[in-house]
Design a protein around this ligand. Structure first.
Ligand code: SAM
Ligand code: FES
Length: 408
């Protein structure tokens, strides 16, 4: 394939980068092809392109396209290939990756988008994750805990709005005993037998997870956060252990939960190698759901001045994850919608098939303050639902009122 002049001009900054990355062995083979390229290219007098640069772009583009094809075909790549793909600036490869991600999600889930009603039941937390706005040591955080009745009212409202999955999430709050949680789960199960119950209460014992499962819970979300021990240590206090987090995930799987893991994109200190490590861990765990969203700083944490993860890198990883785990349940996260206004729509067009609107009472929404400028903290559930309907439709997909289980 020959590059068009505009394409070459668009790629000029990448061409320079390609020279740096260029392998001298490839240079020898470029002359003949360069001659073929000559008549096709009109170069502006201000742009002194060296044809070997053009050819380098072409070869690198081909290489990146081949990596995308391989991922689509084989659902995995070597570490080097993953690194190339995560970092590529090649527009054609990026477009092809997105196209394959969307084709794959449509192969298993059509245009369906599953909605999960998120109920943030407590903002108390005994943990102190360095990046998190509701961490224990943030003494400016306003704490709240929903009552049993408030939680059940959220479910009632949600059911009437068409939700068939309820996700109860919280900080690690000692008040949330097995007894309290099990009785709520039992009641939701009894009242809404056609709904799935998802939990996200952090790390608990095997026995606790067992109890909650027996009470009627179906799924559990526990992002592993960072599969690399050094990165995990930099993001968490000494007391927390990656080993335990991973063990919890395997315990949940063993107990028969549909399990969700995941990580933040663009977290402080995170490199491409860390991301590859995260993908490898996910391949090992084989979860049913993967939650990834950009890291966003919170003003009362030590990462207040760090940059947010980018939309581009998040979409790139969503594409890759869809191709590595074709049947995965993959949410277009609120964090993605926070870093850019149409973030969730972009997520849906890049492999996602789930959205998680907020069902929590409006009076507490702002208090579940994980990161700055979190969206959807002012609207009633019904408004959120209406807004999301329009957004999903605009993106070309369709919200369905189903449990939305993993396509086993
Ligand atoms: N306590 C439960 C747990 O540990 O899994 C659930 C609540 S926790 C706040 C939910 C998720 O929020 C975390 O897994 C983390 O990835 C994400 N999160 C926390 N702080 C964030 C930030 N500053 N930017 C983006 N995501 C964040
Ligand atoms: Fe506990 Fe964030 S530190 S929920």
């Amino acid at each position: 394939m020959l590059l068009s002049p505009t394409c070459i001009i668009n790629h000029s900054k990448y061409a320079l980068r390609s020279i740096i990355d260029f392998k001298p062995t490839l240079l020898h083979n470029t002359n003949i092809i360069n001659q073929k390229l000559l008549p096709k290219i009109i170069i502006n007098k201000n742009q002194k392109f060296n044809y070997s640069i053009i050819q380098t772009v072409k070869l690198n583009n081909n290489k990146d396209m081949k990596i995308v094809e391989k991922l689509y075909r084989e659902q995995t790549l070597s570490d080097n290939e993953l690194k190339t793909l995560i970092e590529t600036k090649n527009i054609e490869a990026t477009q092809l990756l997105k196209k394959y991600a969307d084709e794959t999600r449509q192969k298993y889930y059509g245009k369906k988008v599953f909605i999960r009603g998120l109920i943030e039941i407590s903002s108390y937390c005994k943990n102190d994750c360095l990046y998190c706005g509701i961490r224990r040591s943030n003494n400016k955080a306003e704490r709240y805990r929903l009552t049993r009745d408030e939680i059940l009212t959220c479910c009632k409202n949600g059911y009437n709005l068409g939700f068939r999955t309820f996700v109860m999430q919280s900080g690690e709050d000692g008040f949330l005993t097995d007894r309290f949680l099990c009785s709520i789960i039992r009641e939701i199960r009894e009242k809404y037998p056609d709904c799935a119950i998802t939990l996200s209460f952090g790390e608990r014992s095997y026995e606790s997870y067992k109890c909650l499962k027996e009470a009627g819970a179906d799924r559990y979300l526990l992002r592993h956060e960072a599969a690399d021990p050094n990165l995990y240590e930099k993001l968490h206090p000494k007391k927390m252990s990656l080993e335990n987090r991973k063990k919890c995930l395997f315990n949940l799987k063993e107990l028969g939960y549909q399990v969700g893991a995941g990580f933040m994109v663009g977290a402080p200190y995170q490199t491409t190698e860390h991301l590859i490590n995260d993908l490898r861990f996910l391949q090992y765990l084989q979860p049913h759901m993967i939650g990834i969203g950009p890291f966003i700083p919170h003003h009362n944490t030590e990462f207040a001045n760090n940059k947010s993860g980018t939309v581009e890198l998040t979409l790139r990883l969503l594409n890759i994850i869809r191709l590595m785990f074709p049947k995965i349940l993959l949410p277009a996260t609120t964090a993605l919608g926070t870093v850019t206004p149409n973030g969730r729509e972009l997520g849906l067009q890049n492999g996602c098939n789930v959205v998680m609107p907020n069902l929590s009472p409006v009076k507490v929404r702002k208090k579940y303050d994980l990161y700055d400028n979190k969206i959807c903290t002012g609207e009633e559930a019904a408004e959120c639902r209406g807004c999301l309907n329009r957004r999903v439709k605009y993106a070309g997909y369709k919200i369905v009122s189903e449990r939305g289980d993993y396509a086993f």
